[in-house]
Design a protein around this ligand. Structure first.
Ligand SMILES: N[C@@H](CCC(=O)N[C@@H](CS)C(=O)NCC(=O)O)C(=O)O
Length: 219
């Protein structure tokens, strides 16, 4: 019997937290959620009580603690294989891992210039050059995945997978900053934003009271 606890940051701002939270919700895990609002008085100490990194997300499963969003989902996919976190086909699985690793280890222009702020719409936003390159690469990934796997379902690899959790925060960023997208990417954004777990996350982000000033202004 799973005894899972996920430590996360603010739903409005914590893009890394959204990933495993969405995974757990999508696959119907029951888990306790501990929310630590980031950059508030004593937040680091609160996180350090759980995670040795002082960062979120962090998963506890009984005696075991796992940190890092991708490692958490990898663990859950290994430990609960019936949930099928990765595509079953080895080639699709290799690509899903590649695009997930690419997201995990890069896209600094996107992270730096379009921080996740779920409840905000920035009316006028002109992305700087390094963000433009990242946006264009994300669009390329989504289009390529959708064209190859559309017959299997509406997600990047047809059925929902860890790759979708990795790109969920990007969907929120593109929406907030009004990033121009083609039809295929717009459809993917719509699919993600209509996911019941995302609807739940977004409503919770709206009622959070904490404000992190540096994520409220552009540039
Ligand atoms: N690679 C880590 C990154 C974790 C991370 O940077 N988390 C941010 C929240 S979005 C954090 O805890 N920031 C608080 C801090 O750095 O003090 C992961 O994927 O979990």
């Amino acid at each position: 019997m799973a005894d899972l606890t996920l430590v996360i940051g603010n739903k409005n701002y914590s893009s890394w937290s959204l990933r495993p939270w969405l995974y757990l919700k999508h696959f119907g895990f029951s888990f306790e959620e501990i929310r630590v609002p980031l950059f508030t008085e004593g937040y680091k100490e609160k996180i350090l009580k759980h995670s040795p990194t002082g960062k979120v997300p962090y998963l506890r499963d009984g005696e075991l603690g796992v940190w890092d969003s991708l490692a958490v989902m990898e663990y859950l996919a290994d430990q609960y294989p019936e949930k099928k976190g990765w595509p079953e086909d080895p080639k699709a699985r290799a690509l899903a891992r590649a695009v997930s690793a690419e997201m995990h280890s890069g896209f600094f222009g996107l992270r730096e210039n379009l921080p996740m702020n779920c409840r905000k719409i920035f009316e006028v936003f002109v992305p700087p050059e390094n963000a433009i390159q990242d946006i264009s690469r994300v669009r390329q990934i989504w289009k390529s995945c959708r064209s190859q796997y559309q017959s299997g379902g509406p997600w990047l690899f047809g059925e929902f997978s860890i790759a979708d959790c990795m790109y969920a925060p990007v969907v929120m960023r593109f929406h907030s900053y009004g990033v121009e997208l083609g039809e295929v990417e717009q459809e993917y954004v719509k699919t993600m934003r209509n996911h019941p777990a995302i609807v739940e996350w977004l409503s919770a982000s709206k009622v959070e009271v904490e404000v992190i000033e540096k994520y409220e202004t552009i540039g």
